[in-house]
Design a protein around this ligand. Sequence first.
Ligand code: AMP
Length: 137
Amino acid sequence: MTSIFTKIIRGEIPCEKIHESNHAIAFLDIAPYIFGHTLVVAKREEARLENLPSEEAAALMNFMQEIAGAVSQAYDGCDYNAFLYNGPDAGQEVPHLHFHIIPRPPGVMVNFRTRLSYTDDERQKTGSQIRACLKKG
Ligand code: AMP
């Protein structure tokens, strides 16, 4: 099913892109739980993890490992949550397979009922900070 994430993947609507591979794209969540909250989205138009071809699921997990490492490094190597809402009863709002990566710097409370918003400058700086932590090559 075509979703807003398909439009982002096609470049039809903007995003603060962190990185992209053949099978996945990572960009900042527009309404983060905490700054640095990043989405890792499968490029295939598929809502559920188990419906992804296994080689694409493996590639997605490799990509996620790379992105999660950069998100962590952008905040001094902090811990993070990485989770998936797999289907509407599990809380999925955009029916297009994606994982959330949520940095958890020590001593910073994250309220999972509240969303934040970025100014343009804050969003660009946060994106740059994470992109700078991607491993080269
Ligand atoms: P869920 O399907 O419940 O995992 O939620 C979808 C997530 O996508 C939410 O955290 C939204 O804030 C986020 N989101 C929705 N539209 C956009 C967008 N245009 N750019 C970035 N993130 C988005």
